[in-house]
Design a binder for this molecule. Structure first.
Ligand code: ADP
Ligand code: ASP
Ligand code: MG
Length: 438
């Protein structure tokens, strides 16, 4: 039975990191093994900056674009040189061809729609990283086959948030990956339309890609290799007494991811749950450390409370101009505009004459939304906010976490409490009340 491994940006951030992942693959002798890889380190952010430069006034001839482009090219060649310098196995020419293609895509799409331009160019992060990793593994004696995910993961043309064409994806993946006795190495995050255009599945989407491959191949297990030993009950970088969760259910992991736990993409668990494929979150730095297992078992979900921070939030309060109620037709109108803008409300609150929403600050989507709402409603906006969500809070916990901080909004149900604070009132490092430090 197939196993799927997923390596994120941190696990391949430089030549040393790529060397370190070799034994993890080597030690897994069973085939088929599908390895899904993200872009190296922060490459996707750099490709987004390159895109902005390409669309700016100077365009692809401007200094900013040229500098960004050269720096990216140099970074990739540097890693390749460190891994395979002087070896005939080094795919230097292929890397140059990919950069030429990237440049050509920018020239072709810079005056076209942003989302399509994004997908035709940002996908190169994964195409480059997988080219390097495949060459390294083969050089190292691990027979590896490079697959182009744009031809396997079939999607619609909803750029930057593409929707899967599951039947076509299933056929493609089963046909090309089912029987390989070599490591099948492919890109996370990216897919392609029937017409051959690149698409992307949303930032941090490589986890979802791993789940897509696992689902299609009815894999035995997915292992996501991270720079943490597993899934914690809060981001260990932000909560000094966060503890690792040994085992939680698909449903609970989806809740955590949906509320903003930036460790797994929220769409990952659905395809795995359907086929009862367990997901193991494991450390690439300390692979022997006890991992977190996510499967159907719900018994342990409420054992410890989990805290999630969403930063850079915006609070919009929308009021009628005519002393009329903010009733269902108006809520429907506002939420309809939200859908059109491609935004998601992280918290909603309503009253007779107000409808309020907490949103991620994505200016290219949020600004047009605010403008459209202002045409018909009174709109007030508060920026620089932090949304704290606690799953399974214990008695009094929210009050302790909120002590000394004004809450702009609150929401509570049987399993989840949320409070919205000014970021300036929030600490850099939080502490979960009532939990011992590790
Ligand atoms: P990848 O390399 O796969 O993209 P990410 O950077 O997306 O990895 O995810 C790992 C990071 O997620 C960790 O470094 C950690 O700071 C952060 N993180 C946020 N919330 C959690 C959580 N609940 N448990 C573990 N890590 C978390
Ligand atoms: N490289 C993409 C990103 O940084 C996808 C991923 O890493 O999951 O968002
Ligand atoms: Mg990630």
């Amino acid at each position: 039975m197939t196993t799927v491994f997923k390596f994120g940006g941190a696990s391949i951030k430089d030549a040393d990191a790529i060397r370190h992942l070799t034994p993890l693959i080597e030690q897994h002798g069973d085939r088929p093994l599908v390895v899904v890889v993200s872009a190296m380190g922060k490459t996707t952010n750099k490709l987004e900056a390159l895109l902005a430069a390409a669309r700016s006034e100077g365009g692809t001839q401007g200094d900013e674009y040229r500098q960004c482009f050269k720096a990216l090219q140099a970074d990739h060649h540097e890693v390749l040189e460190a891994l395979l310098g002087g070896s005939p196995d080094a795919p230097s020419e292929r890397i140059d061809v990919l950069f030429e293609e990237l440049d050509a895509q920018h020239r072709k799409h810079r005056d076209g729609p942003h989302a399509k331009h994004y997908d035709q160019t940002v996908c190169y992060g994964e195409l480059l990283s997988t080219t390097i990793v495949a060459a390294w593994l083969n050089h190292h004696g691990i027979a590896t086959e490079w697959h182009d995910a744009r031809k396997l993961v079939r999607t619609d043309a909803c750029h930057q948030a593409a929707n899967l064409d599951w039947p076509a994806t299933l056929d493609n993946i089963r046909e090309r990956l089912s029987h390989s006795d070599r490591v099948a190495l492919t890109q996370g995050f990216i897919g392609g339309t029937e017409q051959g255009e690149a698409t992307t599945l949303g930032r941090e989407g490589s986890d979802f890609s791993a789940a897509i491959f696992a689902h299609c191949l009815e894999a035995r297990e997915v292992v996501i290799w991270k720079d943490v030993t597993g899934l914690f009950n809060a981001d260990p970088r932000r909560f000094d007494n966060a503890v690792q969760l040994e085992r939680i259910s698909y449903a609970e992991a989806t809740e955590l991811a949906w509320h903003g736990a930036k460790v797994i993409h929220p769409k990952t668990l659905g395809p795995l749950q359907e086929k009862s494929i367990p997901l193991t979150v494991r450390s690439f730095e300390t692979p022997d450390a006890e991992p977190t297992v996510i499967d159907a078992e719900r018994r342990f979900d409420a054992e410890v409370p989990s805290c999630i921070l969403r930063e850079d939030q915006v609070w919009l309060e929308v009021r009628p101009r005519d002393f009329a109620f903010m009733d269902e037709p108006r809520q429907h109108d506002i939420l309809g505009r939200l859908v059109e803008a491609g935004l998601h409300a992280n918290l909603v609150d309503s009253g007779a004459m107000r409808f309020a929403l907490c949103l991620d600050n994505k200016p290219e989507r949020l600004d047009p939304l605010v403008e459209s709402l202002q045409a018909d409603y009174e709109v007030s906006r508060e920026d620089d906010l932090t949304l704290l969500t606690v799953r399974h809070p214990r008695q009094g916990m929210m009050d302790t976490l909120g002590e000394g901080r004004e809450a702009l909004a609150e929401r509570r149900n049987a399993t989840t409490s949320q409070r919205l604070f000014h970021s300036r009132d929030c600490p850099t490092t939080w502490r979960i009340p009532g939990l011992q430090a590790e």
